[in-house]
Design a protein around this ligand. Structure first.
Ligand code: GLU
Length: 306
């Protein structure tokens, strides 16, 4: 098959913010949204919003509405309609079937329990290709894995610099379609990022290690996938990563100026203190004229006191 996917013509920067509705936006997501928005607008590009709602067990009722309301309250202004991954399930399934047909992917019957108790997992290594040569049929309860070769995947991250991954050692053949019949994060995000034509993906550093897989998958369809820029993630005062699953507190939009100011500060932009008492519009104006990626510290985590 011709695996080239149709890709919009992109004469300029295209960026996006892609929250999962597993809870309301927290301060860590605000940091990512601010960085991706400023990157897009300061590069005279467009900025889109995509809701990654393909994992129902991890979704929280009302989260989509809360996310959109907080983004608006913080003055984010996205281009075009909001996109929803849940509307593209048939497409992900179709492409997964094509990859299987082309023998680039194979079915795996190993259960999570089996894998986590394997000697490799105990050594901290990932999937070693147990089912690679078994030619298993596509039965319910089996996952679909992409074959990885011995080539390394390298890319330059906008904040963390040169990254080099040995996919075979780091992840092994990775899942593109889950045993519970849902597309994997890697499959959905890769297909959408190609289809929607983004030129750079700005997201949290917790996803840095997944970018090698994403690039590997995207390269099956397009020779020039995308640039990456990962921003530090935020921990709470006890050192735990802020995440929706950890029930990080929702952004309190009554304090939006202070929170926006703090996000700029944590992104290394050195905003003057008085800005924390200005309007959201004033803060954005300041940020549009000062944004500099080189000021972001390449640290995996930044500890916040609130
Ligand atoms: N949906 C992911 C999250 O909420 C982000 C995915 C991405 O930006 O690629 O953490």
């Amino acid at each position: 098959m011709n695996r080239r996917l149709s890709k919009p013509f992109t004469p300029y920067y295209r960026g996006r913010f892609a929250p999962s509705p597993s809870g309301p936006l927290h301060y860590g997501s605000l940091l990512t949204a601010v960085a991706s928005y400023l990157q897009a607008r300061c590069n005279h590009g467009c900025w889109h919003l995509r809701i990654e709602d393909i994992d129902p067990p991890r979704q929280q009722k009302g989260a989509v509405r809360q996310i959109l309301t907080s983004l608006r309250a913080f003055g984010f202004d996205w281009d075009g309609p909001v996109r929803y991954q849940s509307q593209r399930l048939a497409y992900y399934q179709h492409i997964a079937a094509q990859l299987y047909k082309d023998q680039l992917a194979y079915y795996c019957q190993c259960s999570r329990k089996q894998l986590s108790s394997s000697p490799e997992a105990r050594l901290g290594r990932n999937y070693r290709g147990n089912c690679r040569e078994m030619e298993l049929a596509p039965l319910a309860g089996r996952s679909l894995r992409m074959r990885v070769g011995t080539d390394h995947v390298a890319f330059n991250d906008g904040v963390f610099g040169r990254q080099n991954y040995d996919l075979q050692a780091d992840s092994g053949d990775y899942v593109i379609y889950r045993a519970d019949q849902l597309p994997s994060y890697t499959l959905a995000v890769s297909l959408d990022d190609i289809h929607e034509g983004y030129t750079e993906l700005v997201r949290g550093a917790d996803l840095l290690h997944l970018s090698a897989r994403q690039l590997h998958l995207m390269q099956q369809f397009t020779p020039q996938p995308v640039q990456f820029m990962h921003v530090p993630i935020i921990t709470d005062s006890s050192g735990q990563k802020l995440s929706k699953q950890n029930h990080a507190s929702a952004l309190d939009t009554r304090h939006r100026s202070f929170l926006l100011y703090s996000a700029l500060k944590d992104l290394g932009q050195e905003p003057p203190k008085y800005l924390s008492r200005r309007s959201v519009a004033n803060i954005w104006d300041w940020a549009f004229s000062r944004w500099q990626v080189s000021l972001i510290a390449p640290e995996m985590m930044i500890k916040q006191g609130f």
